[in-house]
Design a protein around this ligand. Sequence first.
Ligand code: GLN
Length: 485
Amino acid sequence: MHNATIKSLSEELAARKVSGVELARYFLNRIKVLNDKYNCFITLDEEASLTQARAADGIRAAGGGQPLTGIPLAQKDIFCAKGWLTTCGSRMLSNFVSPYDAHVVERLNGAGAVNLGKTNMDEFAMGSSSETSYYGPVRNPWNVDTVPGGSSGGSAAAVAARLVPGATGTDTGGSIRQPAALSGVCGLKPTYGVVSRYGMIAFASSLDQGGPLARSAEDLALLLNVMAGFDARDSTSLEREREDYARALGAPLKGTKIGLPKEFSAAGAAPGVVKAVEAAIAEYRRLGCETVEVSLPNMKLAVPVYYVLAPAEASSNLARYDGVRYGYRAPDHTDLTDLYEKTRAQGFGDEVKRRILIGTYVLSHGYYDAYYIQAQKVRRLIARDFADAFKRCDVILGATSPTTAFRLGEKMHDPVQMYLNDIYTIPANLAGLPAMSIPCGFDEKGLPVGLQLIGDYFAEARMLGIAHQYQLVTDWHTRAPQGID
Ligand code: GLN
């Protein structure tokens, strides 16, 4: 049962071959047995999950239901869920029980999905390895001595270990796609504004975007169909007509133009990654696609630009954690300033503090023009590079991450090496473009390789179709880590 996709579980639920309660119990049981090994989940609430499952079964019994009614899912712990501990992987929120639901949670609940728990993540989504969490590192089910990627590493590892068939994530600079790649699952970051940020704890608001992780492109479409939608409470939420993200899954690929950015190859991915990605490109040619070389001349500036803009926005967003209104409060303070200082010193981990320091610096008087404004200008140039590239192709293809899963601890003391891991994913966030990662093979160590697809604005349905057609003729996405099958 744990190898089944959301699509097939949904069919079984509809045919009443299995109930939502049975599914919830089955996966909760797997979580109980395996979570110690992977540390994917921060919070479980069996009673709350079973209550939702029973309600879903009631809807099905009455002849109702939507594709997700009764489907067990996990929520990245960045999404506020009413009555659930919502920590964002931080000591700062280690006592925060959310009084309200994020829009994404509201929509998934409304569709009858069953929340099985909150997943571990890098603190405030800052990281590429899920090691900066206050709750300890997540381990990669393909090799427990390696990282699952981050920041949505708990969600990615939970899907990879078949603890849940799908999960939510957020992606500011790659945090859905990179953990999907390193953990051998699928993940999609939609066009900025497609999924509401309401109730999604803010890291860098102009880049943050929620999206699904699952084991097939088809399942991603089912999840996105529910997660996407206008929400007046997020001022950057886009008011568009509802669309069915599964509508182009069957579209033939003949004549599809695939853009291969020359800067992607120049960035120097590991040989095992290059090999798997090249094999995937060859597969797409066999499926009738044409490949064209495109150029993203400013791509090399994406990481430096991101590490000005994201920390700038983070320093502002994280100013709210002061120990006064909610969250952690340091004991033994003498006055208000002391309360602020001690709370923030004790509540935040090192990486978060590093970002706040960088962000405060680049926004300070005298440096604002030189760093922040300059970075905004380069951001525009990067978006323009993509616009030019999409005049010549329908989708851009390449590696999601320059390496496969690295060893726990390997990059923790070298932040620049950690940051460079996002070289392929960050450009799409800066431009606000939709992008996804799907498994496309393994390296010589048997670790999964991710293939990244970047589309033009609102090309999600088409990208999902391009991914699905590949998944019809390959089986990388169905492979399970050793010991899991
Ligand atoms: N790894 C990047 C960072 O540390 C991206 C994280 C994310 O997408 N949330 O900022």
